[in-house]
Design a protein. Sequence first.
Length: 735
Amino acid sequence: MDDREPETRMIILEGNLERITFQNEENHYTIARLATGTPGSMITIVGFMAGISPGQTLRLSGNWETHPRYGQQFKIETFAVSLPETIEGIRKYLESGVIKNIGPLIAKRLVRHFGKKTLEVIEQCPERLTEVNGIGKAKAGLIERSWKGHHIVRELMQFLQARGIKGAYSARILQEYGEEALDILKKDPFRLAEDIPGIGFLIADTITRHNGLPKDDPKRVRGCIRYLIGQGENDGHTFLPDTVIIDQCGQTFQIDPEIAALALDELADSGILVREDIPDKQDQKAVYSKELHAAEQGIANRFKALLSVPMPMLNMNPEELTCEILKKLAIQLSAGQLEVLEQILKHRVAVITGGPGTGKTTLIRSVNAIFERMGKLVVLAAPTGRAAKRLSEVVQRDAKTIHRLLKYNLKEQRFEINPNNPIDADVIIIDEASMVDTLLLFHLIRAVPVTSVLILVGDVFQLPSVGPGNVLKDIIQSHAVPVYYLKTIFRQAQESPIIVNAHMVRDWNHPGEIPDFQTAGPEDELSEFYFIRQSSPDTVVETIKTLCAESIPHRFGFDPIRDIQVLTPMHKGLIGTINLNQALQKTLNPDHTGMEIMGITYKPNDKVMHLKNNYEKDVFNGDIGTIAAIDHQTRLVTVDYEGRKVEYEPEEMHELSLAYAISVHKSQGSEYPVVIVPLLTQHYVMLQRNLLYTAMTRGKKLVILIGTRKALSVAVNNDKPRERLSGLARKLIWD
């Protein structure tokens, strides 16, 4: 998206669009066939194109590429459409149905009345359409709107492509601005920086630089600063130091440091950004977006309010607690667990943290049982649907996602449960709290009544939340809230190599330890934890295919699709999710005829994952199912989520992906019978201790690492990615 990059030599093609094989209605990615005019010249073209239809003449620029499955095709960079000029061509164009509200009969009448000027009249003088028999004012208005809607997307896309900007962004811009999109881009492009976080500034910057705008133009500088703040949030930070922002303005966008500093002052003075001191750093200020600063401060204030309300005295002694838990759950608590339970019941807010096998689930069940025994209303929640389902299964009580608990209104993008309509519960228990980001915790805690109890449970050493902040870690480090550490691995868990090795990797107070593969036992004995040495991506892929299709099912008895989950650090590359999904689909599900939707081939029995919360369908981010049926005529796909069938229209398929292999981030909050994790130095950037630890702890019965000892060592010893810039810990400390 940068017009300053060196241009590559483009090939120009011109031809007639014969048919559209596939088009994504959301971003207009298109696969089509083009006839270039010479015998046998039909070619496949791929790229982002909108407002096109068969029969049109296209002028394309781009380059040839070879697809590993579909062979040679022409990848489009820019396109232009030539509208028909002959009366016969115009009639065929309109009869094709490309313009809604114009059928074959109306098309013939229009061409008969206006001749070669038909398209010119529709575009420039639509009021004249009423001259044609059968077209009144209402019909003329519908035709005018259809024509504009058809052409505005294409014009916008061509405008962007002419300036070196991906046409795929046109859908997002149209969604924001509608028919005014092109006018806004031409008159005030930096509106995008405010209205479309992330890509908005880069699009605006490319357009204005293309038009010769000075580097230090005030709108550009302000947009740049807000863009950098947004990028920091994407990286997990709630703020950036002002010196970092000013340096990046200069290095990346060639903005004078003094001008950047003045713009930062203006944004802070206007309240768009917030600055505050950073302890022990006199020469720096923390710079926040207004929203995230309010969230951090709001969390701190609410915690202080909750902690200021005394808890009623507990009328149960340790012996009574033990008897009640034994009676309700048939569990004999250890002395350490009983002590933690006693303390938790005395506090308005508490945190329970610990690794696998240390009894977090037992404590959740015990807390729930005791509060219910006291007649308290308890609600259970977790950040994701998968985590909520798992919590529900282990506690044997209904658990919700936090969004569902707070009744998130997707249409209006707000929570209906809020300070004015708080959570109706005496006790709120949140599991997998490490996955909760700053904004979500803010919305949650402001809806917690000050007379309620809030208990956060999580493993602080797993991957942090996808959104900005590191709230569980900050709460623990602040010492403002009672924290109960579960460190003892119980006897049954001590026998699990998965748990023992996860704790070896987990010890953050010392350099991480390489897992002990001796615990896997002799070759002729089955264990839970294995390391297979492979150094090349090709052999890793072949090994994973063999393990999933043959070795694990035959030797351990696990189902290759239902029980085995491949977790990988990245999406691209031979051992990324994209290639592994294609390879495993061919290996594990080769017999069915597939259907290509949005560039991905789906088959019955395919393992798939839902990618975002969909409250209408009652499926959530991370839910895994199998495709039960595909209707090739209607392109309707039915997915079976453990006995519950959910249907997807073609335009909804962006909410699904193949799930033979998924990213480690997507696996958070879930557990699988078998986990396979490739680890090679090609994934160097992603080789992190918390990522490896998270992947290992997703496996319940068998974990297999495949790769090199060097990659494993890098991951174990790389603790730097845990560092996020956040001010929550210091805000939580009592004044």
